[in-house]
Design a protein around this ligand. Sequence first.
Ligand code: NAG
Length: 263
Amino acid sequence: MAQEQRPFLSSFPKHEEDETDDEPTQQFELPPFHRRKDFTLRLICIVEALGLLALSLAIVLIAQRKHSNLECTRQVSAYSPLLEEPDLVKYSDQDLPLYFNEKTEYRGPPTPEREILWETLWHQGAFEVPEDKLDIMNKSHTGRSYKHVPPEVGTGYAAQLGVLHQLHCVHMLRQWSYKEHWIDRGLDLPGSLYGDPRLTRMHLDHCIEVLRANIMCTSDVTPILIELDPSAPFGERADFRANHKCRNFWDIRQWVMDNTAIP
Ligand SMILES: *[C@@H]1O[C@H](CO)[C@@H](O)[C@H](O)[C@H]1NC(C)=O
């Protein structure tokens, strides 16, 4: 029986090994030629097994690879030249100073210093978006034409940054909420509030929509806890000083300043 199995056994080194181990009698000993072949096959098997192991390890590692914040940001964001910069957009955990009565330098009625502070937040020029990016911005089939940066700057298109426009809108609504400050003093309304009242109304309504749509688009899922405090009017208050993961706004603003194509 063993004799009959030999031809098959020689192509299955594992079994052959078992066989020889189990019955190491002279009768079943393989001739030297078979032993050499057996050794070669065993070696091939080991190499194959190791190769397979390395391959599966590599697949697991690639699948589990921790993506960088930038890769994740690109994945969940629309195209932006700012996300082409390897080290620009970063994240940090922050407790935002947003208690119901929390004082910040931006909060409160207009003062000359505070108006400058607000203006400084958003008032920047346009930067350049490369010409070939119109397609990924879904703008190449609109049939519309877009303003270019000056030829001495480049061939791309002029663009303003989303966050800066949204801040402009907050600034404008804030000024509108304090408009008596200027009216009571017989002064012209500032900035975008000045001029044709119908245009101002349209501008304000536009800004409300910009903020509404962007807030819904972003959908901040940060939990806001309810703080228990017997001294609070209702014995409790919302803890708006929630921990947020924030982008580095000031570096992002600085990029726009450093890349001004149209002041
Ligand atoms: C891309 O633009 C077309 C035409 O302007 C529009 O109909 C379509 O909804 C846009 N696609 C996306 C994904 O926004």
